[in-house]
Ligand binder design. Structure first.
Ligand code: ASP
Length: 459
């Protein structure tokens, strides 16, 4: 096992072996310097004598033996973790050679053509900025998980091969080999399963969940993305909001101590208020949009229950069909369509600096009410039964009142890392056109594969 470069700060005066990649090499007449890095940090290597006779290639993986020394006061670099020490090399061995690089990776690659970066993502991920983003992402997940673990929540995995949950996008289909003519759907979210877990008496669930939505190319959307998904029984809306707020605040304090959270509670605005005041349901309420340390969170509540879907010209759910109307609006479900659009739902969004970073709702757990909502959404009896019969059936078995929320994990990480695209915080993202340029997916389906799946190509 190798010793991490960062731990050399405790090894002054000791003999060590540093293993890492060469970020820089510069040679003067009597002395040379290598900037060596690994996942944890960078260290300056000093070499002289015979060691200077060799050339050192950028990004070669090397083992360097030597002694850790304190740097002289004039050469201390206070911007680096290990800026006050250096390694005086006695032996350098190349462990693995690096070919010519397709682009420079010893600085941020933000200005490099994205398709090239994605094709060589493993090199892109070697850059300090990208490595930091990926490490920070893992820290955020860890902090949120530990918050919910401490509160008695269970992380439970829900299936990826399933029947689909409507969240307003097209679904990915997976043809079944064992059941010709049938197929699975990849979930747009774990919505139905997490509600069924509440019927199962789990009470407190969370999951770092992968979601799949087959959307037309949209700049900063991904066909697969991650939600930090939460569901609880017996919590009212205020309690879910308070829980989420405290999870997010404690994560920010943990991972981003230098960012400024709002003082006191996050403000809560109604949908009608923000639409009137900001003409947006994701208001950016920062005092100074140029201050990168300001985090302006707010809640938007009381969303409309229904809207007219602009593409299909028919009534659809603003959040999803399992969302409950506000209690005193339930009676209005019998009114004509134009009045239905006035009904408000127990649905809430968390907004950060003008971006939606979470959305959730209290759910319907009453069969009649759920049935009514499906009807309003234009579903015929047969369709209700085939698509959602299992939910209605489950609600026959003493379901608890429940509700939840899902954090858009990629977006939250991107904003906190100061990145403008979620692709900067996903290890292997797809392009805006849903292509994986590294693996080259989607790829052609061979006739053999199609035959096994009982599929035929048409023109
Ligand atoms: N499933 C919802 C979504 O994906 C979140 C929720 O209602 O908890 O937006």
């Amino acid at each position: 096992m190798k010793t991490n470069i960062l731990s050399f700060k405790n090894f002054v005066g000791k003999k060590v072996e540093a293993i890492g990649w060469i970020a820089h090499f510069r040679k003067h007449s009597k002395v040379g310097f290598i900037d060596l890095y690994d996942r944890t940090s960078h260290i300056q290597i000093v070499l002289d004598g015979d060691l200077l006779k060799n050339d050192y290639n950028l990004e070669d993986l090397v083992s360097i033996k030597g002694v850790i020394k304190k740097r002289s006061t004039q050469t201390v670099n206070s911007e680096q973790d290990l800026g006050n020490i250096e390694l005086m090399a006695t032996k350098i061995t190349t462990l693995s050679k690096c070919s010519d690089l397709p682009f420079n990776i010893n600085r941020s690659t933000l200005t490099i053509r994205e398709s090239l970066r994605l094709r060589y993502r493993y090199l892109d991920l070697r850059t300090e900025r990208m490595r930091k983003n990926i490490i920070t992402r893992a820290k955020i997940a860890k902090s949120l998980r530990s918050f919910f673990d401490k509160k008695g929540f269970l992380e439970i995995e829900t299936p990826a091969l399933t029947k689909g949950t409507p969240e307003g996008a097209r679904e990915y289909l997976v043809p079944s080999r064992l059941h010709p003519g049938k197929g699975y759907v990849l979930p747009q979210s774990p919505q139905q399963f997490k509600q069924l877990l509440m019927v199962a008496g789990i009470e407190k669930y969370y999951q770092l969940a992968r979601c799949f939505r087959d959307e037309d190319s949209r700049k900063d959307r991904q066909p697969e993305f991650t939600q930090f998904d939460i569901e609880t029984s017996f919590f009212n809306q205020k309690e879910i909001i308070a829980l989420t707020e405290s999870a997010v605040s404690s994560m920010v304090r943990d991972v981003f101590p230098f960012l400024r959270l709002p003082r006191g509670k996050f403000p809560v605005y109604t949908y009608d208020y923000v639409m009137k005041k900001y003409n947006s349901d994701k208001p950016d309420i920062r005092k100074n949009q140029n201050d990168p340390t300001e985090l302006a969170f707010c809640w938007v509540v009381d969303f409309p229950m229904f809207e007219i879907d602009p593409t299909r010209h028919k009534i659809s759910a603003v959040h999803h069909p399992f969302t409950r109307p506000l209690i005193n609006n339930i009676k209005d479900l019998d009114k004509p369509e134009k009045d239905l659009l006035k009904i408000k739902a127990s649905a809430y969004d968390l907004v950060l600096n003008g971006h939606e970073v979470a959305g959730g709702s209290l759910r319907i757990s009453d069969i009649k009410l759920q049935h009514k909502v499906f009807e309003i959404l234009g579903l015929q009896e047969k369709e209700i039964k085939t698509r959602f019969g299992h939910m209605l059936k489950a609600f026959k078995f003493s379901p608890p009142p429940h509700g939840g929320i899902a954090l858009g994990f990629d977006r939250l990480v991107a904003i906190l890392c100061g990145e403008s695209s979620i692709r900067e915080v996903i290890a292997f993202p797809k392009t805006g056109e849903a292509r994986d340029l590294l693996m080259n997916a989607p790829s052609k389906m061979t006739s053999k594969a199609l035959k096994i799946l009982n599929l035929k190509k048409t023109k």
